[in-house]
Design a protein around this ligand. Structure first.
Ligand code: ADP
Ligand code: MG
Length: 638
């Protein structure tokens, strides 16, 4: 029978240290959290060789009293809680009283600390858990803690460390996260003598995100702000079109602490469900504040996992805040043209140019080139079309007329005139068209003073509607747009008009399809399909949404059944999938002829709605090219 021993203090501490002190990055996390708990507003972190030989954290926090310093390095020594009940209302990052004890048992630790009401500071040195020095010293208010040679006395643990660069990256990632969680604290990070991060500490989330995550990420964000039953959700989330292939840009801060929360991630992703492309994940920085009694942070030594007393409320709060942000922000993607945007020319020398037979030029473009010829020396390069013909902007434009036919190619000028005559309804026109007194015109204008007119320019490739509104041109994918419009209409509490079929359509289904339909009769009814069970895998369809009249109903029902089989058990998801299938079926297709009136209607609906940014599968509905962007490309402005 082996004898049972009580482990010596230093062995027990080494074992405990394993939980908290895994690698330099975990030490940095604990130390910086201590600084934040101490009320610091400026924190500097310095590491050398990935933190393995040297880590320093300096803060301007409250400091530690001379007599308390050795106690701080004992296990279960903490100033943050006193009694068990305090665990239910933890507002500090630390509370377990383990970090300093753990670190000092596996490294050489030096501390300089001074409180506001003390004339002198404390110098404390502790190695492998053994006190080496304890005395007074002159130092500024706050605390500096230096950790040297981590795991010097535990070679087995040392072996698990990765290359310096990986450890340094892990430290940097920790600082990034903490800096994001506390925009009100100014952080500096110095890595092998080089400063790699600096945040202002002015409390501005966007500025902090910019410093930490860079320009590209911060430019694509929309603000989130919401509160449901005492749960406040704020921060930033990315536009659906900038969703990423990984979840690496997702940051959740719960009551100021970085956490991993499946509930929060699921809620955000659900909010993106009909906007983001499948397989892409939204990037976000969200600050969730929850009453302390609703969350248990004491389920993991590193406190990164949390448990909520009611996951559903958290889910709802996050979902609705993010969904609202997506619905109200302008998340439409913009096309940034690359300079030069499009160059049909290639460069040849003047002599080569002269070889070409040039007709008498008529266009402005040609004149410009001729002037260049006369003015400049012979090595000057000029632009000539690739096939050697004259550079000209003629015969480039055409559009689809009311009859759905393409017009003859025309010059830009003719094209512009045509557009103006076809589309612009001037005030005079309005007066002429309807003979109402001018007042009524004014009233309609006052109602929506900011809504600019949508001018239909035409259609490209029988697929993309080109329209102008305000200072932008929009390319609208007509199928995606129409699909989204129908989808939204279906979702809006069943505004759908229903049409009774003259004779019910009978659909013969496979066993699985039949089960899916029968189990979702209610759902189908809400979507406008009144379905009757005929038994033997057959159903009769009595009504359909009116825009589906004329479609092949039995095949549509079996398509719907398939989508119901594929979709999960969540009823909203199932409903969405059903609506997708219907919307996709009923929407006009790319390549189909669409009248100018239909296009105008579609363009107006899309451009005047903030809800129609993405098709139900997450493809963008419209792209925007700003006039400014064009002017830049054409060199009209810098
Ligand atoms: P915990 O943070 O869980 O309380 P630690 O071992 O990390 O445990 O710290 C022990 C105690 O030392 C803290 O409760 C705090 O009182 C004190 N302390 C640690 N670091 C600092 C600091 N940077 N400034 C002021 N006090 C500190
Ligand atoms: Mg701590």
């Amino acid at each position: 029978m082996p004898k049972i021993n009580l482990l010596p203090k230093n062995v027990a501490e080494l074992i405990a240290a394993g939980e908290v002190v895994e690698r330099p990055a975990s030490v940095i996390k604990e130390l910086v959290e201590n600084s934040i708990d101490a009320g610091a507003t400026v924190i500097t972190v310095e590491i050398q060789r990935g933190g393995i030989t040297y880590m320093r954290v300096t803060d301007n926090g409250c400091g530690i009293e001379y007599s308390d310093v050795p106690t701080a390095f004992l296990r279960h020594a903490t100033s943050k809680i006193k009694v068990g009940n305090d665990l239910d209302s933890i507002s500090t990052l630390g509370f377990r009283g383990e970090a300093l004890a753990a670190v000092s048992s596996v490294a050489k630790v030096e501390m300089l600390t001074c409180t506001a009401d003390s004339d002198f500071g404390t110098h404390y040195l502790i190695e492998g858990g053994e006190e080496q020095e304890y005395g007074e010293i002159g130092c500024p208010e706050g605390t500096t803690i230096i950790i040297r040679d981590i795991f010097y006395n535990t070679p087995a643990r040392m072996k698990f460390l990765k290359k310096d660069i990986s450890e340094a990256n892990a430290c940097a990632a920790v600082i990034d996260r903490i800096a994001l969680s506390h925009p009100e604290v100014s952080f500096k990070f110095i890595r092998d003598g080089k400063q790699t991060l600096s945040t202002t500490g002015d409390g501005n989330v966007k500025g902090t995100v910019y410093s930490v995550l860079g320009r590209e990420f911060s430019n694509s964000l929309i603000e989130v702000n919401g509160e449901v039953r005492g749960i406040a959700v704020s921060g930033l989330t990315c536009k659906p079109v900038t969703c990423k292939p990984t979840r690496n840009s997702q940051f959740t801060f719960l009551n100021g602490r970085l956490v991993r929360s499946g509930t929060v991630v699921a809620a955000v992703e659900q909010a993106y469900k009909n906007s983001a492309m499948i397989g892409k994940f939204p990037g976000f920085v969200l600050y969730v504040s929850v009453p302390f009694d609703m969350v248990d942070v004491n389920v993991h030594p590193a406190k990164t996992e949390v448990r909520f007393s009611d996951e559903k409320i958290i889910f709802d709060a996050v979902y609705s805040a993010v969904k609202n942000a997506l619905n109200s922000g302008d998340t439409r993607p913009e096309i940034k043209l690359k300079a030069p945007a499009f160059n049909p020319f290639e460069h040849i020398t003047v002599n080569e140019y002269k070889q070409q037979k040039i007709d008498t030029e008529k266009t402005v473009a040609e004149k410009v080139y001729k002037e260049e010829l006369g003015l400049h020396n012979h090595n000057k390069t000029v632009n000539v079309l690739r096939d050697g013909t004259k550079p000209s902007f003629t015969s480039k434009f055409s559009f689809v007329g009311d009859d759905g036919k393409k017009t003859e190619p025309m010059t830009q000028k003719e094209f512009e005139e045509k557009i103006i005559t076809t589309n612009t309804i001037t005030e005079e026109n309005i007066k002429k068209i309807d003979n109402k007194p001018q007042v009524s015109v004014n009233i309609t204008r006052e109602e929506e003073p900011d809504k600019p007119d949508v001018i239909l320019i035409g259609e490209a490739f029988s697929t993309y509607i080109v329209a102008q509104m305000g200072d932008s041109i929009f390319m609208i994918d007509k199928h995606a747009a129409h699909e989204r419009i129908i989808f939204n209409r279906l979702k809006k509490e069943h505004e759908t008009q229903v049409q009774q079929l003259l004779s019910p359509a009978t659909a013969m289904l496979s066993g699985d399809e039949y089960d899916a339909v029968i189990n979702n009769i209610e759902l189908l009814l809400n979507a406008g399909f009144e379905v009757e069970d005929l038994g033997n895998s057959a159903v009769a369809v009595r009504t359909v949404p009116s825009f589906l009249v004329g479609e092949n109903i039995p095949s549509l029902i079996s398509e719907i059944a398939l989508s119901l089989i594929k979709s999960g058990t969540v009823s909203t998801e199932r409903e969405d999938d059903l609506f997708h299938t219907v919307a996709c079926k009923a929407a006009i297709k790319a390549g189909m002829t669409t009248s100018r009136l239909e296009m105008q209607n579609l363009a107006e609906t899309v451009l005047n709605s903030k809800e129609i940014m993405y098709c139900p599968h997450g493809r963008p509905v419209a792209y925007e090219i700003k006039k400014r962007e064009l002017e830049k490309q054409f060199g009209r402005i810098q």
